[in-house]
Design a binder for this molecule. Structure first.
Ligand SMILES: Cc1cc2nc3c(=O)[nH]c(=O)nc-3n(C[C@H](O)[C@H](O)[C@H](O)COP(=O)(O)OP(=O)(O)OC[C@H]3O[C@@H](n4cnc5c(N)ncnc54)[C@H](O)[C@@H]3O)c2cc1C
Length: 317
């Protein structure tokens, strides 16, 4: 995420105390917390706190925050649905923002033309956007119905599967830059690859998708079928799971992990899911280190036994 790779500044805490305040944001008139436990905002439910945490109410508030962070070299990260991040046990430096306010979660559908459009805020849940499109008779993203998380997270990692990726449908992305300015990106300024995009230099605020017009009834049936298929391929019941690796070209990470004999492998409270081998499942009381250790162990075992180098899907923060 933007500025996140910058070294933790020496002076941003000083900036707060110089002003006689608890955080460097106190004079902005925004609610910024310190030490928010991030585990509660992730699917795995592990990891430590954010140094600073805020759920800004609108774009103006977000701009004030990122501008202040830019001035003081405070790293900024965005957490979406938290389904693809691994937060370290020691927590993360800098500011974590969550675009959960209504201003970032709007979904507007226009199915009147020969092609349809969906405008969605980055904080909107992907499943809600898919449902709104299908209900309006717009096809093209229904195969993403079982992907957890938000539009922002989906765009960052070009979420997808056998039925296609979200990037195929994106026509415009609105991005907030580190100085708080907003820009719309279209055409060749947008690049999407295999679980990758070129959007990691700012905060995604919103996007426009272009979709095909189709019968809502047929689409609904297709979406329901997809939901059943996808859910059968995912661990059910618990939220305490995450996808470990990207599928390599021409194979699935799941089949490779199983072939390497890693089903059921355990590190602390983190286990390779016995039925769905590309998922890590965590027991209550597990740590982020357990998950990290398990991923490294599986990666090493696959390399050693099959000579295949798997690329992690989940992003360590
Ligand atoms: C059960 C399960 C099934 C899954 N199935 C699939 C699947 O079929 N296909 C697939 O592709 N993935 C899948 N995933 C992975 C994950 O759901 C996707 O990567 C998802 O798109 C992540 O969205 P999120 O909102 O949870 O992002 P997060 O995990 O919160 O964040 C992921 C990254 O995006 C960044 N980010 C989030 N929002 C923004 C924003 N507004 N601006 C800038 N950066 C932002 C974060 O900083 C982070 O770097 C699955 C995960 C689970 C747990």
């Amino acid at each position: 995420m933007m500025d996140a790779r910058a070294a933790e500044p020496r002076n941003h805490d000083d900036a707060g105390s110089r002003a006689g305040s608890a955080t460097p944001f106190d004079d902005l008139g925004l609610t910024v917390g310190s030490g928010e436990p991030l585990a509660a905002h992730t699917w795995l439910g592990v990891g430590g706190p954010a140094r600073y945490f805020c759920e800004p109410v609108d774009e103006e508030a977000l701009a004030k925050l990122v501008r202040r962070c830019h001035e003081l070299s405070v790293p900024v990260r965005v957490i979406g649905g938290g389904s693809n991040v691994l937060v370290p046990d020691g927590g993360v430096a800098g500011l974590v923002v969550r675009l959960s306010a209504p201003a970032f979660c709007r979904i507007e559908v226009d199915a009147a033309g020969p092609t349809g459009r969906v405008d969605a805020g980055a904080g909107a849940k992907l499943v809600h956007v898919v449902a709104a499109a299908v209900q309006a008779g717009l096809a093209g993203i229904e195969t993403l119905v079982a992907v957890p998380g938000t539009i922002g997270g989906a765009l960052l990692g070009n979420a997808g599967g056998r039925g296609g990726d979200i990037g195929d449908r994106v026509r415009r992305v609105t991005v907030m830059l580190p100085d708080g300015t907003i820009e719309d990106r279209t055409g060749s300024r947008l690049a999407f690859g295999s679980r990758w995009s070129n959007l990691d230099d700012g905060i995604v605020v919103a996007c426009r998708l272009e979709l095909e017009v189709e019968s809502p009834q047929q689409l609904t049936k297709r979406m329901q079928k997809q939901w059943i298929v996808e859910r059968a391929e995912q661990p059910s019941g618990s939220r305490s799971v995450a996808l470990m690796f990207k599928d390599p070209l021409g194979a699935t990470a799941e089949s490779i992990i199983a072939q390497a004999g890693c089903r059921g492998v355990r590190v602390g409270g983190a286990t390779v899911h016995s039925a769905h081998a590309n998922y890590v499942a965590v027991q209550p009381g597990s740590s982020s280190n357990d998950v990290r250790g398990l991923i490294e162990m599986v990666r090493g075992q696959v390399r050693q036994r099959l000579g295949v180098e798997l690329t992690p899907q989940i992003e360590p923060w």
